[in-house]
Design a protein around this ligand. Structure first.
Ligand SMILES: [Zn+2]
Length: 90
């Protein structure tokens, strides 16, 4: 069960920013900022309260009328999380 810190993130959250069109932006909920980086890469975040792991994915596209940034946070299931932790272990 998600804890109070990360419940807001649900199973998946999506953020979107387009240059020059701030009115269309979609931001992560504030809970996303509370996650801390996990492991050596930049692909995973950990909830500091319950330890749930999230996969973080971002893309950046260049367009003539403004760049687009897409970010996705996906909560990992127990099996996926165990796999990520096993790989991150020293
Ligand atoms: Zn949590």
């Amino acid at each position: 069960m998600p804890c109070d810190t990360c419940a807001e993130l649900g199973d998946r959250k999506y953020a979107y920013r387009k240059g020059g069109r701030p009115e269309d932006d979609i931001d992560f909920p504030p809970a996303a900022a509370k996650l801390r980086p996990f492991g050596r890469g930049h692909d995973h975040r950990e909830c500091p309260t319950c330890g749930d792991l999230f996969h973080y994915d971002s893309t950046h596209d260049y367009f003539v009328n403004g760049d687009e940034d897409d970010e996705t946070l996906t909560r990992l299931g127990p099996d996926q999380a165990a796999e990520v932790r096993a790989k991150a272990a020293p």
